[in-house]
Design a protein around this ligand. Structure first.
Ligand SMILES: [Mn+2]
Length: 406
């Protein structure tokens, strides 16, 4: 019977710098820095364990266009491990690891087939005699805005046709709109499987044929929350199955905690601490953002930075062990030191300030200088509505905090 099994992963972002966390203990930082490599090892382990016919890596294998020697060496070693088990790899490069970067080039072993910059077909016959046609292309440069999907077409006779594409599903505004496509365009190609990459959130766009964004293999920042991993795919005549498997070594997560019943700092601390201990998972590192809801004003009579104190206390306590839970931020529903109404009643100035910030709603053109900057814009993703609102909220709190200091 015609049958093929393979692993589909994407967006490995090897050697991602994992910057942006303050006061991270060295051991946790190095664990985090290592995590993209651990995820790669887990993909390879899974491939060997399941004796798959091949592995597909759908772009952004490396985090930066100047692929570090470390990232290349580690990838090469893992690819060799697959080679020793007779497992080939079909890979494309995406917008992060496009072919226009400058890097000291390390050759990959012969089992690794990298697609060229035009959509091309590669042919593979599995051990059980199933004929597979794989189609894909690698990014020649960072910004590929063309609809490369139009260049994909079924060629010749095969048992299974598989498309590999690093690009953006139309309508998604959180990622660069590279090599865009619609679901209809993919389905019209009449392929048996679409191995997508680019969007870091796991998404199944179609069940039959399966069209899958596996998401990235390890979260790289606070926005990339939850378990990350790859898919194990089995295609048979009349049956297509796919199954997610996790590879992330560190998890970014956010938790909400209702503290309406809590009295005083000590109790607040203990309440958060017990939630943190409940989150702890064996051998998994967790990076946690805690959000307090219903924090009572009387819990914070004098000190203004109770949230900072709480954060420090929780961090202080965290042992540097394999199953860590590192709280990187504590936020609260209310900046509990002042409330708008009282302030607005005190002086017209505050009334006017809150009215203005309420009307703002949009950031207007205030960020244009940054987002239109020729260098900076390459590295920026557009802000989400939620992020814009948070910036306005933050600016408002910052302003009032400064004014109250005087
Ligand atoms: Mn990516």
């Amino acid at each position: 019977m015609k049958r093929v099994t393979f692993i589909h992963a994407a967006d490995l972002h090897l050697d991602s710098p994992m910057v942006g966390l303050k006061s991270l203990p060295a051991s946790i930082f190095s664990r985090l820095k290592e995590s993209t490599f651990v995820a790669l090892e887990r993909i390879v382990n899974k491939a060997i364990e399941e004796k798959v016919d091949f592995v597909i890596l759908a772009g952004d294998l490396f985090d930066s266009e100047d692929r570090s020697i470390k990232a290349q060496t580690r990838l090469r070693n893992e690819m060799k491990r697959l080679q020793m088990h007779g497992i080939p790899v079909f890979a494309i490069h995406g917008n992060h690891d496009h072919l226009d970067g400058s890097w000291a080039h390390l050759d990959m072993p012969e089992n690794v087939h990298i697609f060229s910059t035009d959509v091309e077909r590669k042919i593979y016959t599995t051990a059980n005699g199933s004929h597979i046609h794989l189609y894909g292309f690698s990014y020649p440069s960072r910004h590929v805005f063309e609809r490369k999907i139009v260049d994909y077409r079924k060629e010749g006779e095969a048992d299974f046709h598989i498309g590999i594409l690093h690009g953006n599903i139309e309508g998604n505004h959180e990622h660069g709109n590279y090599a865009p496509f619609s679901i209809k365009e993919l389905l019209d190609k009449d392929f048996d499987y679409w191995a997508l990459g680019h969007i870091h959130k796991r998404m199944i766009l179609s069940q039959d044929p399966p069209v899958i964004y596996p998401g990235n293999t390890q979260g790289r920042n606070r926005k990339e929350t939850g378990l990350k991993g790859g898919y194990l795919i089995v295609l048979e005549e009349g049956k297509k199955s796919f199954e997610f498997f996790p590879t992330s070594d560190c998890l970014w997560t956010e938790k909400e905690i209702n503290v309406s019943e809590v009295n005083g700092f000590e109790q607040l601390y203990l309440t958060c601490k017990s939630l943190i201990d409940a989150e702890r998972e064996s051998k998994v590192g967790i990076l946690l953002k805690l959000h307090l809801t219903k924090l009572r004003k009387e819990n914070n009579p004098s000190e203004r930075d109770i949230l900072n104190d709480l954060l420090e206390a929780l961090q202080e306590d965290e042992k540097e062990e394999a199953s860590f839970v590192w709280t990187y931020a504590v936020t609260a529903e209310e900046q509990c030191i002042w409330d708008k109404e009282t302030l607005a009643n005190q002086t017209d100035f505050y009334g006017e300030l809150f009215r203005l910030s309420g009307e703002l709603g949009e950031l207007g053109h205030s960020l244009d200088i940054l987002f239109h900057h020729p260098q900076a814009r390459k590295f920026l993703n557009p802000l989400t509505e939620e992020e814009k609102k948070e910036m306005i909220r933050y600016a408002e709190s910052f302003l009032v905090d400064q004014l109250l200091k005087e």
